[in-house]
Design a binder for this molecule. Sequence first.
Ligand code: PEP
Ligand code: MN
Length: 331
Amino acid sequence: MLVVMKNDATKEQVQAVIEEIEKMGFRGIPMPGAERTAVCIVGNKGPVDDYRLLMLDGVKEAIPVTKPFKLVSKETKPESTVIIIGNVKIGAGEIVVMAGPCAVESEKQCLTIAQSVKKSGAKIFRGGAFKPRTSPYSFQGLGEDGLKILARVRQETGLLIVTEATDNASIDLVEQYADIIQIGARNMQNYSLLRRAGQASKPILLKRGLAATIDELLMSAEYIMSEGNHQIILCERGIRTFTNTTRNTLDLSAIPSIKELSHLPIIVDPSHAAGRREFVIPLSKAAVAVGADGLIVEVHNDPAHALSDGAQSLYLEQFAQLMIEIKQYRK
Ligand code: PEP
Ligand code: MN
């Protein structure tokens, strides 16, 4: 249930609604919007007695929310959410591109890539310091030393930093160093990590799980938002597939589907979807054409010697080409 306030409702009237909802045994979460303020009721199992709320001053109407995800639903907030970090706006019509290596390997590697992708037009630098690897014997990332390198990249280039937190221990550190905290595909349903992300002071990049439905992705975003963090960027990164020509199958229909269901911005990771650099540019164009708000792309200065995901990493010149080629699809 969504309690919609009148345009001239005061803060005190919104607070009175929240308190009445709490008396009923539920939680009321304010959803400020450009057009109106509404209070979303969460925690109720069945219908809510809206009469008690409609009687309160400043209340315009009460409307049912039909979806199990409430706070992230477009029913609750019809206008699109724009994530603003510094001078970068995600979800405001511009295609925001995040680029960098799969993993932070060294300061020299990161600075070389960062300077190049910045010149090509990337606004955000990506690179994992904590790496969730399929094999325990693979490179696991540099940990806090990697985060320090990322902080240096931001200092040197002015690029914002997105990097992954793999568990409740690493998120404390990642929150200190990053501008955006990434929750990876393998952790999309790690509910304690999602709750912790919901208490973080930084925006969250939530990647779709390897075999997760759109509803499950949105329910995971709901976990984060229900803890108070409304700054969430969703990411389609390809789903498990039976084909063996690509690493995953990029679900392009996820983008319009999510735009229909949620107010949150959605970006696309063509690198993990394809697993092969040859497909990254065509998939990026397709992603932009179907309405993605941005891209997250793996780029390496020496992919042949990358410590992870070299085969899907673009060469620096290829990334420059990608930035030129996607321009015509922006409109
Ligand atoms: C990554 O972006 O570094 C990554 C590991 O991606 P995913 O979680 O989508 O596999
Ligand atoms: Mn990778």
